[in-house]
Design a protein around this ligand. Structure first.
Ligand SMILES: C[S@@+](CC[C@H](N)C(=O)[O-])C[C@H]1O[C@@H](n2cnc3c(N)ncnc32)[C@H](O)[C@@H]1O
Length: 227
């Protein structure tokens, strides 16, 4: 898989992409992540990529020219046509189901906004899908891109130590995950449930399913109402 990110701040990605699972997945060749700076497509001497909004109002708006030119350049970097995603709080809300769908794509192109956001013609002209990572406003799309990249990469076969890890994760089966315990058996008077020490795998699986259902009912009843 290949993910291109169009951003004004490629340096923000350095640490997340060079650590832990994201680093390993790139080293193993499971994912290619390519950062392209939108500012490199500015056409004036000041490398300007934003301007005042028509009609007045606060802040600056990202100009369409540099984003279009950057997208056209990036599209040509690989023969695979990328699925273009505009990161915006106005988009469809990202979730595990969406992550699963996107992890099956060969190529994604994520466009991160800044300032007051994109000139509307970027949304219209690129015909891009719009994704939001939640109902709040970030100062830029970089963190949203990182959230999406991280969520997708851990779903790629071979990215995690254990292939089965994402199977029981919260949201994967429409439920929160069951409670997990590790050593010691007793910690500050709190004991690991006997069933987990029993070695009876069938009973453990039943218990875990029951626990997943109960905690979903308690903490996220909205998940049980979804299709
Ligand atoms: C300050 S925001 C602009 C918000 C815009 N004025 C609005 O109200 O819709 C700047 C950029 O951050 C990114 N961003 C902010 N919140 C986001 C969210 N919840 N999900 C995805 N991207 C987000 C987008 O790329 C956006 O263009």
């Amino acid at each position: 898989m290949r993910i291109d990110v169009l951003t004004l701040f490629p340096e923000m990605f350095v640490s997340p992409l060079s650590t832990s699972i994201l680093k390993r997945a790139q080293d193993k060749g499971l994912i290619d992540i390519v950062l392209t700076n939108i500012r490199d497509f500015a056409t004036d001497n000041y490398r300007k990529v934003d301007d005042k909004p028509y009609g007045g109002g606060p802040g600056m708006v990202m100009m369409p020219g540099p984003v279009f030119d950057c997208d056209e350049y990036v599209q040509k970097l690989s023969p695979e046509k990328g699925r273009v995603i505009l990161l915006t709080p106005q988009g469809q809300k990202f979730n595990q189901k969406k992550a699963c769908q996107l992890s099956k794509e060969k190529r994604l192109i994520l466009i991160a906004g800044k300032y007051e956001g994109f000139d509307e013609r970027i949304r219209i002209g690129l015909g891009a899908e719009q994704i939001s990572i939640g109902d709040y406003v970030l100062s830029g799309g970089e963190l949203a891109a990182m959230v999406i990249i991280d969520t997708i990469v851990r779903l790629l076969p071979g990215a995690l130590g254990d292939e089965d890890s994402p199977k029981d994760d919260s949201f994967s089966q429409g439920l929160l995950e069951y409670p997990q315990y590790t050593r010691p058996e007793v910690f500050r008077g709190m004991k690991v449930p006997d069933i987990l020490l029993s070695g009876d795998h069938k009973k453990i699986a039943e218990w875990r399913h029951q626990q997943a259902l109960e905690r979903t009912k308690k903490y996220r009843p909205d998940l049980l109402k979804m299709e």
